[in-house]
Design a binder for this molecule. Structure first.
Ligand code: ADP
Length: 492
């Protein structure tokens, strides 16, 4: 039976203990669906970071020596423990992020268990190579852990993203200090409490704090040997500067403004549903992979949009915890205002055509939370700010195209390159397009979310490195050592 209690754990995990911040200061956590404060978590600063990194460095000495399969078994036990708590985790995620329980938070919690299971199973795959250098030489490589990983995550899929840092880092023998996002720390603390029951102390350390003090101190700490960041391109650049200062490896999974290219032969209902999924409307489009630039062939432009508006209008916006809700609330006031600002800008443009949505409701129950309506502007230009900047909200721009070269040129005319979507029944045409689009992940005729085991990450300013797969884990969380042995030494 599922344990549905919401964990009381709202303390940080540091060196095997659940603690408050050294300063005693806290951060208020708000429920985006009603704007009310519902919890407090510690506000970690530089002193807490220092203690956590030192604890993790101490933990590393023994953790690196634990046989990989034993480490893997611990991750598998965590997977089972997470599975037993998915409902409680899901409710916590829905309450703190505003993401709908049925469409988002529950699948996120379930996927978290799968992530631990996947990486737990990979522990015996941390293999090296032997090199054929001749009869008198034995040369081989070892995949060794790097040391203390400093990981920083955002709020949009907090528990899943925490798992995607913790599981591969620990599987490969590193220890970790993970900073949760200030807007969504509770699910991550709950996950930390579950993990801690199955790990030696100090292997996993989880801090809650703001970016400018806790995040910055973590990325600058000399004891951190690898930085792994998921978040905005702007902050990603700061993390990379810190990495450069100390010459430590860094993985960055950053923003996106992903194109969806629809060919004339794809004017069908399943494609409309795919566009809604790709746009992540049911996560308020707070996803870096959101297909937020819709390139529609002009021969189907109006008819396709009509169907898209009809189907998107069926999405029910409301209380994230209500089972009938498809789409919840935007994370916080700052982000909500930012999204409204983009909608206002679209409404002010004389050349923009609003085909659905608009500014949020100002009265009624939805006005109590940060609820933004799905909004679509038609006849957009790829030059608009709405088409160039990552809105991280449910605002879609539809752009006409006639010539495929033109569509691809516009799709690539962005400093981002995370994801892309191509829709056509002509597979040759779809794949030729997929190969020409500058993106780390192109989906053809589907709009789903990240899949575990598949290398995922961006090109251009959407990031560097891949973490979600076996090869991603090996590249991101291990360092190669070559050992060369002379087998031809003279007899004594
Ligand atoms: P988002 O727009 O998703 O909030 P951010 O990049 O601002 O993306 O935040 C992602 C994570 O980075 C959060 O955990 C945040 O606290 C952290 N962060 C923000 N600023 C900094 C910084 N200067 N140094 C390190 N981490 C930071």
């Amino acid at each position: 039976m599922q344990d549905t209690t919401v964990a009381p754990a709202s303390r940080m995990l540091l060196g095997g203990d659940f603690v408050d911040s050294a300063s005693g200061e806290t951060i208020a956590v708000r429920n985006p669906a009603n704007r009310g404060i519902f919890a407090h978590v510690p506000r970690a600063g530089a002193e807490d970071v220092d203690r956590a990194v030192k604890a993790a460095a101490g933990g590393f000495e023994t953790w690196r020596g634990v046989p990989p399969r034993e480490r893997g078994r611990m991750l598998l036990r965590i997977a089972d423990a997470v599975e037993a708590k998915t409902e409680a985790l899901a409710r916590t995620i829905a309450t703190e992020t505003g993401n709908a329980l049925r469409t988002q938070a529950r699948p996120e919690a379930a996927l978290t268990a799968d992530i631990f299971r996947y990486f737990g199973g990979l522990a015996s795959e941390i293999k090296g190579e032997t090199l054929p250098l001749g009869e008198h030489v034995l040369s081989y490589t070892r995949r060794e852990p790097i040391g203390v990983v400093g990981a920083i995550i955002p709020w949009n899929a907090p528990v899943l993203l925490a798992a995607l840092k913790i599981a591969p880092a620990l599987c490969t023998g590193n220890t970790i200090v993970l900073k949760a996002a200030e807007d969504a720390p509770l699910g991550v603390l709950m996950l930390a409490a579950i993990c801690e029951e199955h790990l030696p102390p100090a292997v996993l350390n989880v801090l809650t704090g703001y970016g400018e003090d806790c995040g910055a101190a973590l990325s600058a700490h000399p004891g951190v040997r690898k930085l792994s960041f998921t978040g905005s391109t702007e902050v990603g650049k700061l993390i990379m500067e810190e990495a450069a200062r100390r010459v430590v490896p860094v993985s960055l999974e950053l923003g996106g403004k992903s194109p969806s290219i629809v060919f004339p032969d794809a004017n069908e209902d399943w494609v409309v549903d795919g566009i809604i999924a790709a746009m992540r409307f049911t996560r308020q489009s707070q996803s870096c992979t959101a297909g937020s630039r819709l390139f529609l062939h002009s021969s189907i432009f109006d008819e396709f949009l009509e169907k898209l508006v009809a189907r998107t209008s069926d999405l029910k916006l409301g209380d994230p915890l209500d089972e009938s809700t498809d789409m919840g609330a935007i994370i916080n006031e700052k982000q909500f205002r930012k999204v409204c600002g983009y909608v206002e800008e679209g409404l002010d443009r004389s050349d923009a055509r609003l085909v659905m949505g608009g500014l949020p409701p100002e009265s009624g129950p939805l006005s109590e939370g940060f609820f933004a309506r799905p909004t679509i502007f038609a006849d957009a230009s790829n030059d608009w700010r709405l088409a160039r900047e990552e809105i991280f909200g449910p605002v879609l721009v539809a752009i006409r195209w006639d010539d495929v070269d033109d569509a691809i040129r516009m799709a690539n005319d962005s400093h981002y390159g995370l994801a892309a979507f191509v829709w056509s029944r002509d597979i040759g045409q779809a794949l030729r397009t997929a190969h020409r689009v500058e993106a780390g992940w192109v989906q053809v005729n589907q709009g789903m979310g990240q899949v575990i085991g598949q290398s995922y990450g961006g090109v251009k300013q959407s990031g560097i490195g891949r973490e979600f797969s076996l090869e991603g884990m090996l590249d991101s969380f291990t360092q190669k050592k070559s050992v060369t042995v002379n087998l031809g030494i003279p007899a004594p």
